[in-house]
Write a protein that binds this ligand. Structure first.
Ligand SMILES: Cc1cc2nc3c(=O)[nH]c(=O)nc-3n(C[C@H](O)[C@H](O)[C@H](O)COP(=O)(O)OP(=O)(O)OC[C@H]3O[C@@H](n4cnc5c(N)ncnc54)[C@H](O)[C@@H]3O)c2cc1C
Length: 393
């Protein structure tokens, strides 16, 4: 079977790897002149690392990763803890680790693995512009004049997916009213111990911050999310002004202010998502990752969902006749990804209580529950992390 993947991000490269390892001939087309990711970190929960390990990437990931001790929520302006879910035991609890990794490192690991497979062909400077399909094949046409035929096309081409548009028609994603700031700084630039070795959400009034370490602790990753209705430019390369970022989090506690004092480069990105799509596939065309279910990053699951999709799709292509495989794939994945999309939206409300009264109403019960029934709070994420795309039920 010849599989054509459009998009060389985390979703596209993982799909290429999964399909090529199953013996399919894979052609992957990326519009950019090179495979690259934004200079920032990503959290990979056990439901994603389990799959990356199965793909033989355990050792290469380990070289670049940081293992957080826990997943924490703290009040941004005084640093007090709301809850802390231990996660350093993820290997024994979920059968795979919880990792933090720089996106560039993750992409390099995936790319290296794909390049070692003789049945996987990579093309850059190939921007998909249109698709034709007949009974026996699907044809992709690229902006540079090239075209390519195959048995199926997998749109892993992100939130503005051309393949999604081809399946469902033009429909812009929804601006969520949130802008993300991202920055990475050397850990040595802040006092040791100031930023905990955890994935920490620091809540605030219509904003929150997230901190975690990368590259064995050498780097600190900062994400700041601010509700802002009037700024919709969506580009990772849009540089923000570090002074403005410092001002946005001026009321936050010392650890956050210390990180921001050391930011020399930062990027701004308007956050968009979509409601769950009506369908993901038609004929020989299918979408996955952000092309199928773009979501707010408030559960840290967008890329992990793309990784789960990739494994499930390759498994359906192996087990089912082609005319059934895409429908089974969609059926197996839609309920879960829709639940995650909506869960990410509701976390925004949880993270953005800033007034003393709303903090008291919303966080005091969680804090109380964590003190009297810690196991209950610790199992909050089990539905997400125990999922195994190989055995979804
Ligand atoms: C602030 C922030 C923090 C996040 N943190 C996390 C996290 O901690 N954990 C997590 O799991 N997720 C996280 N996410 C979500 C995650 O980044 C995305 O869900 C993930 O990168 C989606 O991967 P993808 O491969 O589907 O799409 P993309 O990464 O968007 O890749 C799409 C690729 O397709 C290419 N392309 C597009 N159009 C065409 C075309 N016409 N022809 C050819 N190529 C094309 C693009 O150039 C790109 O390379 C976060 C997101 C944000 C915004």
């Amino acid at each position: 079977m010849k599989v054509m993947v459009v998009g060389g991000g985390i979703g596209g490269l993982t799909t290429a790897l999964c399909c090529a390892r199953q013996g399919m001939e894979v052609h992957l087309f990326e519009q950019a002149s090179e495979f690259s990711e934004v200079g920032a970190g990503i959290q990979l929960s056990p439901n994603g690392t389990r799959i990356l390990h199965r793909l033989g990437l355990e050792n290469s990931l380990e070289k670049y990763s940081f293992h957080p001790q826990s997943l924490d929520m703290r009040i941004g302006n005084n640093g007090s803890s709301v809850f802390s879910i231990p996660i350093s035991d993820a290997d024994s609890k979920y059968g795979a680790p919880y990792l933090h990794i720089h996106r560039a490192d993750l992409l390099a690991v995936l790319l290296e693995a794909v390049k070692h497979l003789g049945n996987c062909y990579l093309y850059t400077n190939h921007k998909l512009v249109s698709i034709d399909e007949c009974d026996s094949k699907v044809t992709l046409h690229f902006e540079n004049g090239d075209s390519s035929d195959g048995d199926i096309v997998v749109g892993a081409d992100g939130i503005h997916s051309k393949v999604r548009e081809d399946i469902l028609g033009l429909d812009n994603p929804r601006f969520t009213g949130n802008v993300a700031w991202r920055a990475v700084i050397p850990s040595s630039s802040v006092s040791e111990g100031l930023i905990p070795p955890t994935a920490t959400v620091w809540t605030g009034n219509k904003k929150h911050a997230v901190t975690y370490y990368l590259r064995n602790g050498e780097l600190i990753n900062f994400v700041g999310i601010i509700e802002q209705k009037n700024w919709k430019k969506e580009s990772w390369t849009e540089e923000g002004a570090p002074d403005e970022l410092v001002g946005e989090f001026a009321e936050f506690c010392v650890p956050i202010r210390s990180v921001l004092k050391n930011v020399t480069h930062c990027f701004k990105w308007a956050l968009h998502d979509r409601n769950p799509l009506k369908k993901w596939s038609i004929g020989r065309r299918v979408v996955l990752g952000d092309a199928a279910h773009p979501m707010l990053p408030f559960l840290a699951q967008g890329a992990v969902m793309a990784i789960e999709d990739a494994e499930m799709l390759s498994s359906c292509l192996m087990k089912e006749p082609l005319d059934n495989a895409l429908t089974v794939f969609e059926k197996n994945r839609k309920h879960r990804t829709s639940k995650v999309q909506l869960g990410a939206r509701s976390n925004m409300r949880l993270f953005h209580h800033g007034t003393p009264m709303s903090r008291l109403i919303n966080y005091a019960p969680i804090k109380f529950a964590a003190s009297i029934a810690p196991q209950f709070v610790h199992s909050r994420q089990d539905w997400l992390y125990t999922y195994d795309a190989e055995n979804p039920n």
